[in-house]
Design a protein. Sequence first.
Length: 115
Amino acid sequence: MKKGLFVIAVGLFLVFLSTMGYGASKDEIVVCQGAEVNSLDPARHNSVTDINYAIQVFDGLYSFDDKGIPKPWLALSHKLINDTTWEFKLRKGVKFHDGTVMTANDVKFSHRPDA
């Protein structure tokens, strides 16, 4: 019986600690991983660690469901115009963290071929 009370006490203590405000402030992001990222630029990622970081920080044109099927995210739809050109319909009202509205030029820049 004493062991059960000890486990309950430790559990309550851990819950208490988690409510004390430790961790990130409202103005910072904390990402914990077992390895360092090679690049903070999502266009230059080359490892699982980099991809895990990018998924947590950046939004893409599409996300994927649990079966790996793409679902609209920042892009509502797309179509192939010719062999080298795609057209994306972007979601309206999307803003960056500083309040700047996302445009097609932003998407074009972030998917640049020199990345």
